[in-house]
Design a binder for this molecule. Structure first.
Ligand SMILES: *[C@@H]1O[C@H](CO)[C@@H](O)[C@H](O)[C@H]1NC(C)=O
Ligand SMILES: *[C@@H]1O[C@H](CO)[C@@H](O)[C@H](O)[C@H]1NC(C)=O
Ligand SMILES: *[C@@H]1O[C@H](CO)[C@@H](O)[C@H](O)[C@H]1NC(C)=O
Length: 339
């Protein structure tokens, strides 16, 4: 195992495999950074977050193939330790300004007759989503809501991308995952519209106390979240013709690009990933689906759905709501007002 070429063994699942990183060299980097296993501290170090992540690591140790274990450690060590937390809870609900929402909704209805198919994404199951390409509108979201994201997180951000408009289709779901750490740090999902026959379709997201929330967005709701930090997904299947949102990503303006976060993630994977430590456990069986996770023997393929904090929009303009349902006054600078 010592001269294992990571790139060849897990090429199909490893998101960021660059060059030929030999395991022996990787472990040297691991020790240089003084990592130990099990983790001594978690970020943040709340009892609930620690318990959530300890259980996940225990599930990961029971994965049957080394490639899946490597990927799962890579994702979970970023969530539990490497990505700093910039907010107290990890996510919050706010509201899109009405003028912008109207423009987006119009863009969707104008685009519906001419949708294209999105390229296959490994975290989405079900029919391939539709796409409506309106770079003018996605750029507008990225720019107009930039001060919203900065105000929510309380720091200056660099805009990375507004991705859309994806339209999920009937029977789609999205397994639990964290986003790429180089560029997806402070993110939001802005739900725009769905077909008349669409049933409510919750987002599941974990907060820094280890609770799983089930949030139903209404059109115009913005869900801010720390996207490399909080596992999120829509493991329950969508029922309806279409459902559309835009996905918007920022990263810290200062000191972020100096570090290769992807490589740091690889260096932090504990060397035990090569070992097959299967022992029976009371914890649910976990499976990796590319970079995302599912628990195939539970309803909705995620066991914590039976014990979630359930809430829903609409958010209220002028406020954001935290996961304890507390309302915070929220009056970001309006970019459009300045033009
Ligand atoms: C690792 O620990 C050694 C010895 O305590 C210390 O000198 C070094 O600065 C530490 N390195 C890092 C990256 O924390
Ligand atoms: C990180 O989360 C912890 C636990 O909620 C919180 O006490 C701390 O203030 C958070 N850090 C920041 C920078 O908000
Ligand atoms: C979605 O798929 C299910 C299962 O095939 C079917 O029963 C339902 O009618 C479909 N709904 C729509 C809106 O296509």
């Amino acid at each position: 195992m010592r001269f294992l070429l990571l790139c060849s063994i897990i090429a199909s699942v490893l998101t960021g495999c660059v060059g030929q990183l030999v395991e022996e060299e990787r472990v040297l980097e691991y020790h240089k950074r003084n990592y130990t296993w099990p983790l001594q501290k978690y970020v943040p170090d709340t009892p609930g977050w620690r318990q959530l992540m300890e259980e996940r690591f225990e599930q990961i140790a029971r994965l049957k193939t080394s490639g899946a274990r490597y990927e799962a450690y890579y994702q979970t060590v970023r969530s539990s330790l490497l990505a700093p937390n910039f907010t107290e809870h990890g996510f919050g609900l706010a509201r899109c300004p009405e003028g912008l929402l109207q423009a987006l909704r119009q863009g969707i209805y104008d685009g519906l007759p001419n949708v294209r198919l999105e390229e296959k994404q490994d975290v989405i199951t079900g029919p391939v989503p539709w796409m409506i390409d309106r770079p003018d509108l996605t750029e507008r979201v990225l720019r107009e809501l930039h001060p919203y994201a900065e105000e929510w997180v309380g720091m200056e951000l660099t805009a990375h991308q507004a991705y859309g408009f994806r339209l999920y289709r009937n029977e789609s779901n999205l397994y639990m995952h964290v986003d790429r750490m180089q560029t997806h740090i402070v993110s939001f999902i802005l739900h725009i519209a769905s077909s008349d026959d669409a049933e409510p379709w919750p987002i599941f997201i974990e907060d820094f106390n280890g609770r799983t929330h089930e949030v139903i967005l209404t059109p115009g709701d913005i869900l801010f979240y720390e996207s490399s930090k909080c596992f999120h997904g829509r493991p329950r299947k969508f029922h309806g013709t279409w459902y559309t949102s835009v996905f918007v990503h920022y990263y810290p303006k200062h000191g972020w690009t100096e570090v290769d976060h992807r490589m740091e993630g690889h260096y932090a994977v504990p060397p035990i990933w090569v070992e097959d430590n299967y022992t029976p456990s009371d914890l649910p069986v976990l499976e990796m689906m590319g970079t995302s996770m599912r628990e195939p023997y539970c309803p909705d393929e995620w066991c914590r759905v039976k014990d979630t904090v359930k809430w829903s929009g609409p958010g209220v303009e002028g406020y954001w709501i935290d996961p304890t349902q507390k309302k915070h006054v929220f009056n970001p600078r309006r970019v459009s007002d300045e033009l």
